[in-house]
Design a protein around this ligand. Structure first.
Ligand code: TMP
Ligand code: MG
Length: 215
């Protein structure tokens, strides 16, 4: 790469069942990396504030219904709308941390809605690929014991069991890092932070190009 060129930022994704603790962990990581002087941009999917996100929010609260395939495309479109923003941030040297991404789309639409997995993957094919995925691994039973699920669509033990097994489709991928989500919050945060810093430095050092799903 040319002398003085900005090393690119990493794209880090958190995945896991509802109540796995992934939202807290993604916030913790964003704060820790900022403390260490990194430029960080924290995002989440679904992004409930945007125009598509409002439809998704109403869908999750069961205020409106969509056919299974439409809801899958809504979640996917929400990600497509953010691609330029993610790309610009990463290329300018900012580390992007996302709470959920296309892996949720595949795990929930195939697991909870019963849609064919390959069909689900197609909608997200070509999205910017993360450099690493931290899968906060908590069993559906453990997640359910925490404070019980809420009232949103999919927040039911039997549904989460199916989502959990769909997530396992990704478990052998090189970017997939399962983290024991039953440990205490601080140890998980410490483990994630060490691994994330390795990813941030190796991405910067190797000047690895941005790749796309599902390579
Ligand atoms: P949240 O609890 O992280 O706000 O996510 C909202 C719900 O939407 C959660 O049950 C997971 C589900 N979901 C999908 O079904 N498809 C997707 O593509 C995403 C990002 C989330
Ligand atoms: Mg939730």
């Amino acid at each position: 790469s040319c002398v003085g060129a900005m090393p690119r930022g990493a794209f880090i994704v958190f995945e896991g069942l509802d109540r796995s603790g992934k939202s807290s962990q993604s916030q913790r990581l964003a704060a820790s990396l900022k403390d260490k002087g990194h430029d960080v941009k924290a995002i989440r999917f679904p992004n409930r504030e945007g125009p598509l996100g409002q439809l998704i929010d109403a869908f999750l609260r069961k205020d409106i219904d969509f056919t299974k395939r439409t809801c899958h495309h809504l979640f996917s479109s929400d990600r497509w709308e953010k691609q330029c923003e993610i790309q610009a941030a990463v290329l300018s040297g900012t580390t992007v941390i996302s709470d959920r991404y296309a892996f949720s789309g595949v795990a929930y639409s195939s697991g909870a809605e019963g849609l064919p997995l390959e069909w689900c993957k197609n909608a997200d094919s070509g999205l910017i690929a993360p450099d690493t995925v931290f899968y906060i691994d908590v069993s559906p039973e453990e997640a359910n014991r925490r404070k019980g699920y809420g009232a949103e669509r999919y927040e039911k033990l039997e549904i989460q069991r199916r989502v959990y097994s769909s997530y396992m489709h990704f478990s052998t991928q090189p970017y997939w890092h399962a983290i024991d989500g039953t440990k205490d919050i601080d140890s998980i945060a410490a483990e994630v932070c060490v691994k994330a810093e390795q990813v941030v430095s190796s991405v910067a050092a190797s000047d690895a190009p941005v790749t796309t799903l599902w390579d």
